[in-house]
Ligand binder design. Structure first.
Ligand code: E4P
Length: 218
């Protein structure tokens, strides 16, 4: 399973990219709004940092025709831009239009397997089931990833599953076992995946022993 970073903060993207662990970026209108910057400028800066890694940028219309217009403008920023569309009838129409144009898409706000199947059949490159928001309403979000993987295998569907709305490290590992192609995760989650108290204690011990033995310096 690959990892995408779920943020519009360029500093977080820069730091995650330097670690060499991310294979793409997802943003959404809330994340963009949080930055208080021009949307197009943010996407351009992200491209300058990550090169050709896929960057999901979301349209903000409820109407297919307008979604396609907005998506085409975003797509002009670079071939790595993936147009993110809501899981609605209009979003599906726009998805199939982008499929014809050869522009990659990410259908977002997926909360059921039938929605994922429709998005895939409309030609979505990626489908984004939101597991954390399902947990929030007392459903088991990770079960949706398992179900979508099953129907994609059975139907020989090649849309990629992005496990989204990922809240903690257990979600990441469960998403990988459930068959997600990708988990998109906030920067703070990457940080918490790095750290383990026994790693910190181990480093301290190794360095203390090294000092004590008065080894030659490098
Ligand atoms: C994914 O593409 C979304 O941006 C994201 O994962 C939403 O997560 P949230 O439920 O934490 O807002």
């Amino acid at each position: 399973m690959r990892l995408f970073i779920d943020t519009a903060n360029v500093e977080e993207i820069r730091k995650a990219h330097e670690l060499g662990v991310i294979s793409g970026i997802t943003t959404n209108p809330s994340l963009i709004a949080k930055e208080g910057r021009d949307f197009f400028e943010v996407v351009k800066e992200i491209i300058s940092i990550v090169g050709d890694l896929p960057i999901s940028a979301e349209v903000v219309s409820l109407e297919a025709k307008e979604m396609v217009e907005q998506g085409k403008k975003l797509s002009k920023l670079g071939s790595s831009v993936v147009i993110k569309l809501p899981m609605t009838a209009e979003g599906l129409k726009a998805t199939s239009e982008f499929k014809k144009l050869g522009i990659p898409t990410n259908v977002t706000l997926i909360f059921s397997a039938p929605q994922a199947l429709l998005a895939a059949r409309a030609g979505a490159t990626y489908v984004s089931p939101f597991i954390g928001r399902l947990d929030d309403i007392n459903q088991v979000g990770i079960n949706l990833i398992k179900e979508i993987r099953q129907i994609f295998v059975a139907g020989n569907i090649d849309s990629q599953i992005i496990s989204a709305s990922v809240r903690h490290t257990t979600h990441v590992i469960e998403a990988a076992s459930a068959g997600a192609d990708i988990a998109t995760i906030p920067y703070k989650l990457i940080e918490s995946m790095i750290h383990h108290p026994l790693t910190d204690a181990g480093i301290e011990r190794f360095l203390k022993d090294w000092e004590g033995a008065k080894q030659a310096t490098f």
